[in-house]
Design a protein around this ligand. Structure first.
Ligand code: GLU
Length: 335
């Protein structure tokens, strides 16, 4: 039980706590309890696993820390959201503490270089990068679509506003000189809706920037023989050559039942971002929880299997690292 006494100090009201008994948690511990929210993506994507894996490591550290007398007091949740650009917007407004975002949209948000697609957020800070995300166009197995421009006159899901896949699809459309008017139908389905819509014959294809393998794509590949097309022509070569955040990526044969040969496309990295205003200690604890448990983290999704701390703290990060992350990386001698 805690007795509270209000006293006046130099005209400023202050509250002091007099501890009467120590059986209940102290007010100091209660005050230190902090709730954080990490924005992810659709529930069948990989971002959702990233966010929830980070939370899992934070809660693991909390449980182990309690035994060792080390308390960080953080409780974490990682709700499903619209994706990259939604997360960045919410971080800008202080509604989310952290979010997962494609490296291309991190770049544009920090630099203000695509204001029509993502808010300019000079206070955006990088935490680390995660898995590669190839941009994939997934089409009905029995369709004649072999390359991006074959989508002309077809029903194509460009993705929900707020998703990174929507932004990257718009970049692809612009690079190929296409607008939504070139499709018979341009839908704005979410990443979870799109595979079902493809299998139900409601659309002919969708564009999705996502880690490999993932549950959402396998709904379409394993469920109705959908296939992933190559995106490696002159236009994609130009995009990769011009833009620092793109690189070519391969989806190996055998990844899905319909991936009979390696698929070549271009892609980005998934990254975790925050706001400069988020407390240094909080970011330090989040980063510490992930990297102290990186072996466990790698096991939580096949896309995480090859995560390497040296690459995670440098690749795909165009916003400055948050000082709380820098502190941990310096302690480890990584910076
Ligand atoms: N890259 C996608 C986006 O930003 C999300 C992918 C996922 O949920 O794993 O919308």
């Amino acid at each position: 039980m805690i007795a509270r006494t209000k006293i006046i100090l130099g005209g400023v009201a202050a509250v002091v706590f007099a501890t009467v008994a120590v059986t209940a948690p102290t007010d100091a511990a209660a005050q230190q309890r902090r709730f954080i929210a990490i924005g992810t993506g659709g529930p069948t994507g990989v971002y959702f696993v990233v966010g929830n894996s980070i939370c899992r490591m934070i809660h693991k550290e909390a449980a182990e820390g309690r035994r060792e007398g080390r308390k960080h007091g953080i409780r974490c949740s990682a709700p499903s959201t619209g994706g990259s650009t939604y997360n960045i917007g919410q971080i800008a407004q202080g509604e989310l503490d952290f979010g997962v975002a494609q490296s291309d949209w991190q770049y544009h948000a920090y630099n203000g270089s695509a204001p029509d697609r993502v808010t300019h957020v000079p206070e955006l800070r990088a935490v680390f990068s995660v898995h590669p995300e190839p941009y994939q166009v997934i089409v009905a197995g029995d369709s004649d679509i072999q390359e991006f421009t074959d989508l002309v006159g077809k029903r194509f899901n460009i993705g929900n506003p707020g998703s990174g896949q929507r932004g990257t699809t718009e970049v692809m459309m612009a690079a190929h000189g296409l607008t939504t008017a070139d499709f018979a139908l341009a839908t704005e389905l979410t990443s979870t809706e799109q595979s079902k819509a493809l299998c139900d014959g409601l659309i002919d294809g969708y564009g999705y920037t996502v880690g490999v393998p993932n549950a959402g794509v396998s709904v379409a590949t394993e469920g109705c023989s959908a296939r992933i097309i190559n995106l490696n022509g002159a236009v994609e070569e130009g995009l990769v050559a011009e833009r620092p955040y793109y690189g070519f990526a391969s989806i190996p044969a055998g990844t899905y039942s319909t991936t009979v040969e390696d698929v070549t496309t271009f892609g980005v990295l998934a990254t975790v971002v925050t706001n400069a205003a988020v407390d240094d200690d909080l970011v330090y604890e989040v980063v510490r929880a992930v990297f102290e448990n990186i072996d466990d983290f790698r096991k939580l999704h096949p896309a995480f299997a090859n995560l390497d701390p040296a690459q995670m703290i440098s690749n795909g990060l165009s916003a400055p690292l948050h000082p709380g992350a820098v502190r941990y990386y310096q302690e480890k001698g990584w910076l």
